[in-house]
Design a protein around this ligand. Sequence first.
Ligand code: HEC
Length: 407
Amino acid sequence: METYLLDWLNLLVRWLHLITGIAWIGSSFYFVWLDNHLLPPNKPNEELQGEVWSVHGGGFYQAQKYRVAPQVMPSPLHWFKWEAYSTWISGTFLLALVYWYGAEIYLLDLSRADLSKAEAILIGAGGLLAGWIMYDLMCRSPLARNDRLLATAVTLLIAIAAYGFCQVFSGRGAFIHFGAMIGTIMVANVFFVIIPGQKLMVDSAMRGESPDPNPGLKAKQRSVHNTYLTLPVLFVMISNHYAFTYAGEYNWVNLLAIVLLGALIRVYFVSRHKANNKQLGTGAASVVPLLLAAGVLAGLIYAGIPALRTSPLSDSVSMDEIEAILQQHCVACHSAQPSQPGFTAPPLGVVFDTREEIKKQAQQIYQQSVVSKVMPIGNLTGMTDGERQKIASWIQSGNKLKTERSQ
Ligand code: HEC
């Protein structure tokens, strides 16, 4: 009963996280788009930096951007902040529910680091905090005077975090903490820098002073970082459902490739917005970032091709043996009625109760327990390499039988 309700909680918080995330990223994409499509105003107006016309949902809209601030502060003035905050709050709750509360299953990997549950949670939560503090210090240091230098330093920080998380956590746990760390940086940018900067600007405009451009410039720098971090974070969040991304010893390299891939795609789209703005004559967008992204993706796919195991496996394994191995190591979770605490239903509906079910899913069993070794999850049931080897032999002799028969 308790587990069942927790599963519901998990689903509802995930739903909320998705909705708020869509609202946040949707509005932030919209404003980047808006900025990049501004044209000089039709009627000359000193106060305006640009304007843009659009049609949507059966209506025409005209948005205008002011150079500094309007003479009279309009009311109501809409702010965009709750989307970001509620994404972070729901995301952190979900992280705690799945990965901290369920650390034994999803976070710990004793073959990588011999941590207790409490230590793992501390490292996870501490990592999110440390990531933000280090990043913020960099942005406040003299490095920030040069955008490229700062971006290089931030990339280095991200690389260290990717490597570090992957040394101490399971692949899934490492990926999600890495994504959460970047997400935290993005939300903290909104909370600690972008919104306070805007408050200062509004306040000085209300006092009739011309606003100090500095907070605006700082906010802009953070906002640019957020733009390029968006796609990587989204990829990391969904890659959690694809073991081929997070499994393996060099999974931190995959993480970095994903960051690079996402950032390059965003670079391309931002420059495309600008290029579409023909009246400003910025010319066509370079496809170089897109080609580079394709190269990174090809490398990522190639590196992940499951190693073709060619070791001679003459001793054929009997179906009885395979059934016994799965009974011992998998069926606690993968059964119509799981006995593993915390599971009310078989994960993803995958069940190995009968021989037929096992045979039908032979390839998936091989993928998960031999190639990526992500199952049994967290190796909770202590499956040995010898047992994995047996599954490999079983699959390969099965394949051989098939080809022999088809000849
Ligand atoms: C402690 C519980 C547990 C044990 C034991 C376990 N699994 Fe899983 N398994 C899971 C969970 C949880 C998922 C869902 C993972 C996800 O959400 O991506 C899963 C998913 C799977 C999937 C589907 C993967 C996909 O992405 O489609 C397969 C196949 C699988 N397990 C095979 C096995 C095999 C084979 C064993 C034994 C060698 C095993 N599992 C042992 C918990 C377990």
